[in-house]
Design a protein around this ligand. Structure first.
Ligand code: ADP
Ligand code: MG
Length: 557
């Protein structure tokens, strides 16, 4: 060791840092929540490792986060006795963008006009420190290692890493020292720190302590700001709504309010505690191709993994915690995939989320409309991925139709309004609602007052083909075949009064069109599906819908 290396941030980090430093961003408080959340994660990761190697925590078994402000020096320190980072981890974790969510966030920013609002909605991690500091020092020693490292940066493009003398580093874990910039000196006040912790981090599952000025660990006076108890383990009656909201902020990294909170304890063959949230707005990484869920698995209060896929991918927007009494603490990868207890938990929790969504749909249409608006496209993935849940998802599904206006229609409502002789549920697929509404394919249906589902999400083309039908009625595209529309009566005064002579003229027009178009079409037919436009293109009865053909072509492209 001894020599300092100076390295450049990954280009995307530089972009993010630039935004941090220059954003006229109203709520800078959240930087502290990001640092506390990292400190808590580090403690929880070590607690998990210590299950199999108790020596890692033997000399200091009580996990905690210590905050210390020094008004004179203008610094704020966040220290933890968690897992710590070695040389390679410091460079990898604090020099690049670890989270795919952060990358998606940056892309969202570039596309958006209102940048500061966006930053306010999403957690952006460690780099948020540079909103309030013009220099950040990180001292870290990984649990079990005999060397410590320091990382220093002014956030302007490079950072420096060097070996740190053991006596200046924490015995285990990480200490982040913020040298507050001129406008941010207020964050060196105990009162400010206390307020922010109460507001954002009161239910982090590791105790948080405020050390009096100048002191960092242990020696001086200390005050506990948060007790680190596991909120999800408390009986429902003892938990206040504000506490749940606060915990949602910690667990979800979101800055909105949860639309639905699901808090219960399962008793019986498997015992576990559940605290889950359905957000009210879309995160940026909702359509991230890895489609991972964000439910954290705990075993008897010990964090195990957020990779246990407790909920299926089509419920990946749900955030929160499931804490099992029955699983072993040292769950291997293999056991995560192949464990009957975990499978029972997955089934039970998925059922509960679905029933809570149903309850919300029944009792609070306004909230449910928000949920559907944000996550409907994800829930619809379940219709073709999870045939077992199809009926439940059909109950939850909401649609725009030719009769919905700006509201939503359920399949049950649509079926209740079927016309006499209507044997199918008709749908039109397209890229957006307004184009769909103008489609000439809808004219014959409008003339007969037949309701058509307007499907404008990319996922629609997939489920609608595999769904078989609802309530015994198949789904049928308005662009496919001549359908059985002719069997449905037009209102009396609208009936075309076709004379024999006109029929003859139509037949010769069809022949002339067939000659002229030749190979370009497979057939030309006269139909009653149009009432205003003279002609439209349809797909063959058994072929792919035109929208699906387009999507498949794009994927191959
Ligand atoms: P995220 O926490 O979402 O991964 P951050 O930008 O907040 O993103 O942190 C990046 C990474 O740096 C973390 O994933 C973690 O590996 C590492 N890290 C940050 N703070 C600490 C800490 N106090 N102790 C150990 N590792 C940390
Ligand atoms: Mg973080």
């Amino acid at each position: 060791g001894g020599t300092a290396e100076t390295l450049s941030f990954e280009a995307e980090v530089s972009r993010l840092l630039h935004l941090m430093v220059h954003s006229v961003y109203s709520n800078k408080d959240i930087f502290l929540r990001e640092l506390i959340s990292n400190a808590a994660d580090a403690c929880e990761r070590l607690r998990h490792l210590s299950v199999t190697d108790a020596s890692l925590v033997a000399d200091d078994p009580a996990f905690r986060i210590v905050l210390a402000a020094d008004k004179e020096a203008g610094t704020l320190t966040v220290a933890d006795n968690g897992i710590g980072m070695d040389h390679g981890e410091l460079i990898a974790n604090l020099g690049t963008i670890a989270r795919s969510g952060t990358r998606a966030f940056l892309e969202g920013l570039e596309a958006s006009d209102d940048r500061s609002a966006l930053i306010g909605q999403f957690g952006v991690g460690f780099y948020a420190s540079f909103m309030v500091a013009d220099k950040v020092e990180v001292l870290s020693r990984r649990a079990g290692d005999d060397r410590a490292w320091s990382w220093t940066s002014d956030g302007l493009g490079t950072f420096t890493v060097e070996e740190a003398p053991l006596e200046s580093a924490p015995a285990r874990g990480t200490r982040v020292v913020l040298h507050l910039n001129e406008e941010s000196r207020d964050y060196a006040e105990d009162g400010t720190i206390e307020r922010i912790v109460r507001e954002y981090s009161a239910h982090v599952p590791i105790p948080i302590v405020l050390a009096s000025t100048g002191e960092e660990e242990g020696k001086g006076e200390e005050r506990q700001l948060a007790d680190g108890s596991a909120l999800w383990r408390k009986p429902k009656s003892e938990v206040k709504p504000e506490e749940l909201k606060d915990f949602y902020g910690h667990i979800g990294g979101h800055y909105d309010d949860p639309a639905i909170t699901i808090h219960y304890r399962a008793e019986g063959r498997q015992e576990y505690s559940v605290l889950l949230f359905v957000p009210s707005s879309k995160p940026f990484d909702l359509f991230d191709p890895n489609r991972k869920g964000r439910v954290k698995l705990y075993v008897r209060r010990v964090f195990i993994t957020d990779d246990a896929e407790i909920l299926p991918p089509w419920l990946r927007f749900v955030r929160g915690v499931v804490d099992s009494d029955d699983l072993p603490l040292n769950l291997s990868r293999e056991m995560l995939q192949n464990n009957p207890v975990l499978d029972a938990i997955r089934r039970g929790v998925t059922n509960r989320v679905i029933s809570e969504l149903e309850k919300c749909a029944d009792k609070d249409a306004e909230t449910y409309a928000k949920v559907w608006d944000a996550f409907g496209p994800v829930l619809k993935e379940g219709i073709y991925e999870d045939p077992e849940r199809r009926d439940a998802l059909f109950k939850l599904a909401r649609f725009r139709t030719t009769k919905s206006g700006d509201g939503w229609r359920t399949l049950a409502e649509i079926v209740a309004d079927l016309k006499e002789n209507q044997t199918a549920l008709y749908y039109a697929l397209g890229d957006d609602l307004s184009t769909l509404k103008r489609s000439p394919h809808l004219e014959g249906y409008r003339a007969r007052d037949v309701e058509v589902l307007l499907l404008a999400d990319p996922v629609d083309a997939f489920w609608v083909r595999t769904a078989l039908g609802y309530d015994g009625k198949p789904f049928q595209s308005v662009t496919q075949g001549v359908a059985d529309l002719d069997k449905i009566a037009l209102p009396e005064d609208d009936k075309p009064k076709e004379e024999a002579a006109e029929a003859g003229e139509t037949a010769s027009l069809v022949t002339a069109l067939k000659d002229a178009l030749g190979e370009a079409v497979s057939d030309v037919r006269a139909s009653e599906r149009l009432s205003e436009s003279p002609v439209c293109l349809v797909a063959p009865d058994l072929g792919y819908d035109r929208q699906l053909e387009k999507l498949l072509a794009q994927q191959e492209g």
